[in-house]
Design a protein around this ligand. Structure first.
Ligand code: SF4
Ligand code: FES
Length: 280
């Protein structure tokens, strides 16, 4: 069902500074026009389960868990709240019987898709789902430990924010996985672990060993770590450091660049103290 009274996304974003009032579960809340409704709900402490939403990335609507019922006059439709934009008078219901039925079904599917994920198990249990009627996908060699729900967050953060494009969806249909090309090592990987920090199911495995960071899930890709010349700790992937420092203007001095954050702060503090005692 399409509601023609809803503005296009472009129109909404143009007026995004405008204050509007939206209605969630029968109560009015303030919002900015064009803001995503899931963001409004999170801000107001209203529970809508979600797995593929990340405020810093463009809305994607992959996990289908954040569905709400959008009501307009005597009509209603189920929509993903992470792609639904606020407008004045917009009314949604987050916990109607239909929504709860849909949520349970999706969680059952995820129990089959990611049977080893404790995050999925505990989220499903909160909605009373402890078993799945679907075929459980388990592969003892899965580099993502049978925990991936294919939400795409890792792929998007690697492309949209880091700009490295190291991983992508490969294969099709039930064989789809997230991986590096040919599941091998990828020299473009910066070892930044942005993918790790956004993964909702903690599926991505990495390990630091001496001067190497090993992205185990991404074809065992090895990334060289930078050693702090002061304390000797390996603290940052070399490629990442180069990329970040190249953007700092005016550039940091070479010895400051090479220090780990702790030694750098200590060094700056010592300089500040000696400068202030010289002034006295
Ligand atoms: S590895 Fe994690 S972030 Fe990437 S698609 Fe799978 S569940 Fe999503
Ligand atoms: S958070 Fe909306 S579809 Fe995943």
């Amino acid at each position: 069902m399409t509601d023609n009274t809803v503005c296009s996304t472009e129109e909404l974003l143009k007026k995004s500074s405008e204050d509007v009032t939206v209605i969630i579960n029968g109560r009015e809340y303030p919002a900015k026009k064009g803001e995503v409704m899931l963001g409004v709900a999170i801000r107001e402490g209203i529970e809508i389960p979600h797995l593929c939403y990340e405020a810093s990335l463009s809305p994607y609507g992959a996990c289908r868990l954040c569905m709400v019922e959008k009501r307009c006059r005597d009509r209603s439709e189920m929509v993903t709240s992470c792609t639904l934009r606020a407008e004045d008078g917009l009314e949604v219901v987050t916990d109607s019987p239909e929504i709860l039925r849909h949520r349970r079904m999706i969680l059952e599917l995820y129990l089959a898709e990611a049977p080893k994920s404790e995050v999925i198990k505990s989220l499903a249990a909160r909605y009373g789902v402890t078993k799945t009627r679907f075929f459980k996908k388990t592969d003892k060699d899965d580099p993502l430990g049978n925990k991936c729900i294919l939400c795409g967050l890792c792929v998007r953060v690697c492309n949209e924010i880091i700009g490295a494009g190291v991983i992508s969806f490969v294969n099709r249909g039930p064989y789809t996985v997230v991986s590096t090309p040919f599941s091998g090592e990828n020299s473009d990987c910066l070892g930044c672990k942005a993918c790790v920090s956004v993964c909702p199911t903690h599926a991505i495995v990495t390990g630091d060993s001496g001067d190497e960071r090993i992205m185990k899930s991404w074809g065992e890709t090895k990334v060289k770590m930078r050693e702090c010349p002061v304390c000797g700790n390996y603290y940052l992937p070399d490629l990442l450091a180069e990329k970040v420092y190249a953007k700092i203007n005016p550039p940091l001095s070479k010895n400051i660049q090479e220090m780990c954050p702790k030694c750098r702060s200590r060094n700056i503090a010592i300089k500040e103290i000696s400068a202030s005692s010289n002034r006295r």
